[in-house]
Design a protein around this ligand. Sequence first.
Ligand SMILES: *Cc1c(COP(=O)(O)O)cnc(C)c1O
Length: 408
Amino acid sequence: MGYTEIRDDLRAELAEIEAAGLFKREREITTPQSAHIETTKGPALNFCANNYLGLADHPDVVAAARAALDDWGFGMASVRFICGTQSQHRDLEREIAEFSGTDDAILFPSCFDANGGIFEVLMGPEDAIISDTLNHASIIDGVRLSKAKRFRYANRDMADLRAQLETARAQDARRILIVTDGVFSMDGYYAPLEEICDLADEFGALVMVDDSHAVGFVGEHGRGTHEHCGVLTDDGNRVDILTGTLGKALGGGSGGYVAAHQEIIDLLKQRARPYLFSNAVAPSIVAGSRAALTIARESDEPRERLQHNARLFRDLMTEAGFDLLPGSHAIVPVMFPGEDGARQASEIADVMLDHGVYVIAFSFPVVPRGEARIRVQLSAAHTDADIRTCVQAFVAAREQVAPDADGG
Ligand SMILES: *Cc1c(COP(=O)(O)O)cnc(C)c1O
């Protein structure tokens, strides 16, 4: 089959995506990532970045990355184990490990790669992986790359997790690994890590948490969901394996990591395919990420600002009669339930963008049918005035799109 025939098939597939209203288009930004951005279609107040601590254009982070271009060069042109490891790569790994409460850490080109590489190294055909149904795509793909038996439990459902653990035990699984996102990105809900660790102890299982939407800002010192849930304390860390990204709160550059027990890190450096076969994280990204991690570790201000912002937004939106999922995380889903919800959410997001407030609507199949939402993400870079502008835009857009849906 030559390209002419394939092209017709691809065009038909594209047309289907378009007809289903699922076609994704990139919006081009002409400024650094921040709360206030410019796009090719005009200015926008940005409420959909993962820039939780506002570090994506922080002067210290930018300065560290700029200095690294002079001190460390532009690229490594090598994977880590051949000649792609600068001492700053190891420094960053040690800093991530210390912050996470683990023995050591290993960097990957992305967290997608960290999750893609870990399961096939640790888990063979005799083993069982028990995964939350709402886990991130990279966990799903990583699990598929391993030969382990696969079990799934309903989102945060501890009775179901117990049932799956019992099944895995009954099938004589050698190693059992429970894997969960620390924070679920469509809801802003935390995984119940204390209950998960208790079950893991009872069944002799390992616990792995992908903390991409938490590292740097969740928990008393921003160390992550394990700190928030009380399973990372001065007495130790009950989570065996943490994965996370440098592409969100920690500067938003790129790169991911696994932080875990020493032997797990040592084995990943022997066997993990994205580590062995993909280029080392660029020097300027390493330096910028270290500066971002230093801010997250040493300064309470951005984390407290973010918490204040999330609270203020949740309070003002509730007052204005919007239906929010409960919680405290900086991901705040504004719900548009029912049959007409998907249309309402999508039209409201469009109208808001016309008024310069950038938020994104999600509907089936990304979230369950009848649970359409606009996902708002707060940042420490937002001011109180920015948040009030966003709430006013929601009210005005609702007036225009769904005048009867004022929650009353
Ligand atoms: C964003 C995200 C990833 C991917 O991180 P990258 O470093 O961008 O590849 C993985 N897991 C979760 C839970 C995420 O939210």
